[in-house]
Write a protein that binds this ligand. Structure first.
Ligand code: XUL
Ligand code: CO
Length: 435
């Protein structure tokens, strides 16, 4: 069956097009900064938001009209496979991402669940071969089922740790079978509510033990995906262990895991942590840890993870600048971890949400191209840090001086002078590149 029968393949029609179901800025074959747009921006569709979300909120049930519900949960799961591959093909997006629980319903026990997963994975594998679509990453949902009430690898209950290990083991096998490029850990319930009853040291050590076992198992089965951790500061628990990029890098370094992992930076998670999107991307990048991106945005007035499609050109441009500075995302991609608003309930609206996000990233890339051609940021940085190019500054950077020499320099220096930043002018100039 055709699930989106009214929609044809979304094509690039240029900024003047009035067709809602067309790209105005994303022109996949266009060369920008030496590469095709589609190579700079390897987009992915998130199974959970696009295929599974029903649009409920704490005040009322779902509103989303979807035509893939079948008689049984397994029928629905099978229909969803056909629907997502039709969606990816019509949207002209190469990648998708999923949690185990998104693709197949839980059975009465782990064995039955794995059987359901195997059956659906066979269908996915077949559709991947037919369409050429690829798996950017998969992950395990270790937060929805009530068994994860106290966490997964950080649970106080060793039986839950073991169950989680079995789930990730299966996830790694599925990732290998589908040729997944990455495998993601998002903390989910790996955090705590109160120190009154929490052994933080045991919980964080256990998470590290869990990660090591995952890396070892991937090696054993020759699954060469890049492991990723996706930081998030709060939600669902008050304190999430993977708070932000810096905290997560420190955790990995402390436990000797930094070579085996990179980070999947999500825009809305960065802003929940009190950072900008580009801040967390930059922290990951300068530490050699930028792996992939969950593209979305929060709402400036709300303090939770609203997972909106990214339409804010300002933050997206600064984000794409970090991707370019990183030399691209390598094995990673740009996954739309974004959901339609409850009021955008028609099934075909799913295209419009993705088109909005994809066009925003394309515009951002074009803005970055202009910024790079003009050496906009390079010139600012060169000038601002010029004192480290010559004289005492050059010696500091080269490690050729010490406190005694610096004291002598400072004592003799009659001319300590700072320069104004004029950040207001820079911000105003940046607008010329965006709008
Ligand atoms: C939750 C979130 C997840 C991860 C995958 O905030 O971002 O959907 O991306 O588990
Ligand atoms: Co995410």
């Amino acid at each position: 069956m055709e699930y989106f029968s009214k929609v044809k393949k979304i094509a690039y029609e240029g900024p003047k097009s009035k067709n809602l179901f067309a790209y105005k800025y994303y022109n996949p074959e266009e060369i920008v900064l030496g590469k095709k747009m589609k190579e700079h921006l390897p987009f992915a569709v998130a199974y959970w938001h696009t295929m599974v979300q029903e649009g409920g909120d704490p005040f009322g049930p779902g509103t989303f009209q979807r035509n893939w519900f079948g008689k049984t949960p397994m029928d629905t799961a099978k229909n969803r496979v056909d629907a997502i591959f039709e969606f990816l093909t019509k949207l002209d997006v190469e990648y998708f991402c999923f949690h185990d629980a998104d693709i197949a319903p839980q059975g009465g026990n782990l064995k039955e669940t794995n059987k359901n997963i195997d059956e659906i994975v066979s269908l996915i594998e077949k559709r991947m071969k037919e369409t050429g679509k690829r798996l950017l990453w998969n992950t395990a949902n270790m937060f929805s089922d009530p068994r994860f009430v106290h966490g997964a690898a950080s649970s106080n209950n060793a039986d839950v740790f073991a169950h989680s290990a079995a789930q990730v083991k299966k996830g790694l096998e599925v990732g290998k079978r589908l040729g997944g490029k990455n495998y993601v850990f998002w903390g989910g319930r790996e955090g705590y509510e109160s120190l009154l009853n929490t052994d933080m040291k045991l919980e964080t050590d256990n998470i590290a033990r869990f990660m090591k076992m995952a890396v070892d198992y991937a090696k054993e089965i020759k699954f060469d995906a890049q492991f990723l951790i996706e930081p998030k500061p709060k939600e669902p628990t008050t304190h999430q262990y993977d708070f932000d990029a810096a905290t997560t890098i420190a955790f990995l370094a402390t436990h000797g895991l930094q070579k085996d992992f990179k980070l999947n930076i999500e825009a809305n998670h960065a802003t929940l942590a009190g950072h900008t999107f580009d801040h967390d991307l930059c922290v990951a990048r300068i530490n050699g840890m930028l792996g992939s991106i969950d593209a979305n945005q929060g709402h400036v007035l709300l303090g939770w993870d609203t997972d909106e499609f990214p339409t804010d050109l300002y933050s997206t441009t600064l984000g794409v600048y970090q991707i370019i500075e990183n030399g691209g995302l390598h094995k990673g991609g740009i996954n739309f971890d974004a959901k339609m608003r409850r009021g955008s309930f028609e099934q075909d609206d799913l295209f419009l949400g993705h088109i909005a996000g994809i066009d925003t990233y394309a515009r951002a890339l074009k803005a970055v191209e202009k910024l790079k051609k003009d050496k906009f940021f390079e010139d600012i940085i060169d000038k601002r840090y010029a004192s480290y190019k010559t004289g005492i500054g050059a010696k500091i950077v080269a490690g050729q001086t010490d406190f005694k020499q610096l004291e002598e320099y400072a004592l003799n220096n009659k001319n300590l002078k700072n320069e104004s930043d004029r950040l207001e002018t820079l911000k105003a100039k940046l607008n010329d590149y965006l709008y």
